[in-house]
Design a protein around this ligand. Structure first.
Ligand code: ADP
Length: 507
């Protein structure tokens, strides 16, 4: 992952611009809707008052007012009783349309508002609609109950409203002759309200909304940038720590590799030395043994009892040393050349090991139990024979007094290989000695109790190591011991051998 930089910061600011901008747009839109609703409410109220007054007038069949210059007789009213004289004073009839006109004139003269009666079929031509009114009336005739729009006229922002004017019973008296019937749209009441007044109403709210959004944007962007800067610092610190750690790991790995190679080299040298030394020691030892025997044969009778005893010790020592040198040579020989692993039948290997031990098995009358055939494994046949032979030989040798040896050889599948177990009912291995017995010349008993040199398990371990496996011992349930070792399955490919060893360690 990359460390967040300037681009990430710009990206976050852009995101906040978009989000805060969207919220501002939405909130201003809500305020505009409220302005429209206020204008609609005001328009409806005006229309309701006018409609009610018109109905009142129509229900009275018109009302008489004194005829004056401001209120001359209505030339469009066809009524024989339009003008009357009462007590010498002239009166003229005011029908709803005339009354509306006069009221509208008074309103329009006032606070910049407009009120007008209009119709697409006017009796009085001056009542003809302007273009906006014509479109609104058309919409109302098509079924809309009312129309409200915000328009700009002569540079002024206005709310224009049109309410339908239906034909009611009293209207038919004058308008039936135009062909209107009850419920028809006779025309409309057109209201015009300057938008400035309503916009001024929400002015402080608008300012507040813009301010809150501006502040919000600054806080959110600033906070995000501070957070990003902290994150970046932490990130860089972590990267530095990681790099330092990687350097240390690389250094340690290199040191470990060097030490490992050095260890391998000195091990090989040591083994080589042991091999050469033990090989070269054989000859002088043979000489010592040979001449000691010759001495005993030729001059034995000339020696006194002490002399013959000393000669006996000499012979015995020479024999023991020969045994140890043979063992050391056998140990050194394992792994002198590169391992060549091939699929082998462990069942056949076991047969061979048992054949080699036939005499001991017969002598001890041991019972060998093989619960199931052993699997095919990857290994070097002669070494595997040696391995099983050493384990079985020990199981026979370290038997409990007065007990017939009972040895079970079994296998269990593990990931990529097998775990082979050799269990006996012998004397068992005390816990404290379970690691030590796999080291060269390490024994838990005296030679007088059990003969041996302590090389068998060291060779067994070397063979298992060479096969990439692991060997260990556990106590058996009945007091004996169980030796386990792991070995690769015959199908294991060479590429997986390294990884398999790790798995086998966990088994
Ligand atoms: P050796 O048998 O010549 O002593 P090994 O290396 O084979 O050498 O065994 C080392 C020691 O491990 C033995 O001296 C013995 O104490 C112990 N040991 C090995 N196998 C068994 C076994 N099956 N039961 C009990 N002890 C054992």
């Amino acid at each position: 992952m990359r460390v967040p930089g300037i681009r990430a910061g710009l990206g976050i600011v852009a995101l906040w611009v978009a989000l805060v901008g969207l919220s501002l747009w939405h909130n201003l839109g809500v305020l505009d809707t409220q302005v429209g609703e206020a204008a609609l409410a005001r328009s409806r109220m005006m229309v309701m008052v006018i409609q009610t007054t018109r109905l009142w007038n129509a229900r009275h069949g018109g009302v008489y007012v004194p005829t004056t210059d401001a209120t001359p007789p209505n030339e469009w009213l066809k009524d024989p009783e339009r003008d009357v004289t009462v007590s010498g004073r002239a009166y003229t009839k005011i029908n709803p349309a005339y009354m509306t006109r006069q009221v509208a004139d008074m309103i329009s003269a006032g606070q910049g508002m407009q009120l007008r009666l209009t119709s697409r079929k006017p009796i009085r031509p001056a009542n003809a609609p302007d273009p906006w009114e014509d479109a609104a009336l058309a919409a109302i005739e098509a079924g809309r109950p009312e129309v409200l729009e915000r328009v700009v006229e002569d540079g002024r922002s206005m709310f224009r409203y049109m309410a339908r004017l239906p034909v009611e019973e009293p209207c038919l008296k004058c308008h039936a002759e135009q062909g209107y019937r009850l419920g028809d749209v006779r025309g409309g009441l057109s209201v015009g309200l300057p938008a400035a007044e309503f916009v001024a109403m929400i002015g402080p709210l608008r300012q507040q909304t813009v301010l809150v959004h501006g502040l919000g944007f600054l806080i959110l962007s600033g906070g995000s940038l501070v957070f990003l800067a902290r994150l970046r610092q932490g990130w860089l610190r972590l990267e530095a720590v990681n790099a330092a750690q990687e350097r240390v790991v690389a250094e340690r790995t290199a040191a470990l590799r060097t030490a490992n190679a050095e260890l391998h080299r000195s091990n090989a040298e040591l083994e080589n030395f042991a091999y050469i030394a033990s090989h070269d020691l054989q000859e002088p030892l043979r000489m010592v043994g040979g001449y000691a025997q010759l001495l005993e044969k030729r001059y034995g009778s000339a020696l006194d009892a002490d002399g013959r005893e000393f000669l006996g010790y000499m012979n015995d020592g020479a024999l023991r040393m020969k045994q140890m040198i043979d063992d050391l040579l056998a140990y050194s020989r394992v792994g002198r050349n590169e391992p060549v692993l091939a699929p082998v039948s462990l069942e056949d290997i076991l047969d061979m090991a048992l054949a080699n031990l036939a005499v001991s098995i017969a002598e001890t009358q041991a019972e060998i139990i093989r619960p199931a055939p052993l699997p095919q494994v990857l290994g070097e046949a002669p070494l595997l024979v040696r391995l099983l032979q050493n384990l079985l030989g020990n199981a026979l040798k370290y038997r409990a007094a007065g007990q017939v040896p009972r040895i079970i050889v079994s296998s269990a599948a593990i990931e990529g290989g097998w775990r082979i177990s050799v269990a006996d009912n012998g004397i068992g291995v005390p816990e404290a000695g379970r690691e030590r017995i796999f080291q060269i010349f390490q024994r838990l008993h005296s030679r007088s109790a059990y003969p041996g040199t302590g090389i068998g398990l060291a060779i067994a371990k070397k063979i298992v190591d060479r096969h990439g496996g692991r060997i260990w011992v556990e106590a058996a349930e009945d007091g004996g011991s169980v030796f386990h070792f792991t070995v690769m399955a015959a199908e294991a490919v060479s590429g997986s051998q390294q990884g398999w060893r790790k798995n086998s360690d966990c088994s």
